[in-house]
Design a protein around this ligand. Structure first.
Ligand SMILES: *Cc1c(COP(=O)(O)O)cnc(C)c1O
Length: 352
């Protein structure tokens, strides 16, 4: 045993390249598109898989002053990076312990129900946010509860609602906006907020004082109007661990779903479904990229590895790196997953 502990671990064979400038630029773009409102940032789910501890300081430096997380644990994870008053807890106080923790740290709980309002006030209350449900019928205070004596007693910073279909042009958007306007008249508050990434595009009537983009900060194209404005942020990379030469008739991976039609050179890369590279990319649906050339996936994606065709890149060998073809719009169309899923899937084994 060594007295000074184990040596630092060498770099992983898979990494997530994060374009820090693109992330900051995307926030500035969404802030500009928010008009008179300021843009905040949804950094829940580890900043959509990018890594909250990487994203939050970059966003703060870009000018972002409002961060939305889901759970207490996610707020705790960034508490040393930004002032607690800039963090809002979207699921609200789910227990008395949550309410006590929010009181003690200064993180703002988002009150979503009569019960949460009672819990927050009993814990001592103080500045909080309120989520009003205007038609998504998910978490949120029903419109009918706006007049509640308990709700009226809340000291509200951000009065928010959440759009169900901002990525579509449907009547529900204006209905929800009208409900949110009604809530703004019914409850005293400091700031009003409605739009997510897609909602920002719907125009000034949806902006209020604060917008809450998530997806498009991280390179997702929430609506076609954003395609020319938003830059990709995350690029998954994996190293080739082994190169083999197959003979005609050799099967690849579990269940031999690919059989070599002729001799071919293949690479085994350190990326699998445990990293979020799901089996939907099996059988050539997915590919790695090397200098613009496509190296299709052969056979099934395994838990920790994937086999790719090296025909287009004969110069590649063990230890070389390839990039997953992970363009979000095209990847969503090819995989049947949403852009949100593609991002939040990216696992903890990537070096970021
Ligand atoms: C996740 C979330 C957002 C961000 O939505 P995007 O579609 O990713 O921009 C905004 N507001 C709330 C309440 C959310 O839960």
């Amino acid at each position: 045993m060594r007295a000074d502990g184990p040596p630092a671990s060498p770099p992983a064979a898979l990494r997530l390249n994060i374009d820090r400038d693109a992330l900051a630029a995307n926030w500035r773009t969404l802030d500009r598109l928010s008009g008179k409102a300021r843009a905040g940032a949804a950094v829940k789910a580890d900043a959509y898989g990018i890594g909250a501890r990487i994203a939050v300081p970059l966003l703060w430096q870009a000018g972002c002053r409002d961060f939305f997380v889901t759970y207490v644990g996610e707020a705790a994870d960034i508490l040393d990076l930004v002032p607690s008053a800039s963090i809002a807890l979207l699921h609200g106080p789910l227990s008395d312990a949550d309410a006590g923790w929010a009181r003690a740290t200064g993180v703002r709980p988002v009150i979503n129900s009569h019960e949460q309002a009672r819990r927050w006030l009993e814990a001592g209350g103080g500045l909080c946010d309120v989520m009003v449900d205007t038609g998504i019928n998910r978490l949120g205070l029903p419109m009918a509860a706006l007049g509640d004596a308990l709700v009226q007693r809340l000291e509200i910073d951000v009065l928010m609602s959440h759009l169900a279909s901002a990525d579509e042009d449907v009547a529900l958007n204006a209905i929800q906006r009208a409900g949110w306007d009604e809530a703004r008249s019914a409850l005293t508050h400091r700031r009003a907020s409605l739009a997510n990434s897609a909602g920002i595009v719907l125009g000034a009537a949806y902006h209020g004082d604060l917008t809450r983009p998530g997806l498009s900060l991280y390179g997702g194209i929430a609506r076609a109007e954003l395609a020319a404005e938003i830059q990709p942020v995350a690029r998954p990379m994996a190293a080739i661990m082994q190169v083999r030469t197959l003979s005609a008739g050799d099967g690849v991976g579990y269940n031999s779903t690919f059989v070599a039609p002729a001799p071919m050179r293949v690479g085994v890369i350190a990326l699998g479904y445990a990293d979020g590279y799901l089996r939907c990319w099996s059988g050539g649906k997915g590919a790695m990229l090397f200098e613009g050339r496509r190296l299709p996936v052969l056979g099934r994606v395994s838990m920790d590895m994937t086999v790719i065709d090296l025909a287009e890149a004969p110069e590649l060998g063990e230890g070389d790196w390839v990039e997953a073809d992970y363009a979000l719009v095209e990847g969503a169309a090819a995989s049947g997953l949403s852009q949100y899923e593609l991002l939040t899937l990216l696992g903890h084994r990537f070096a970021r």
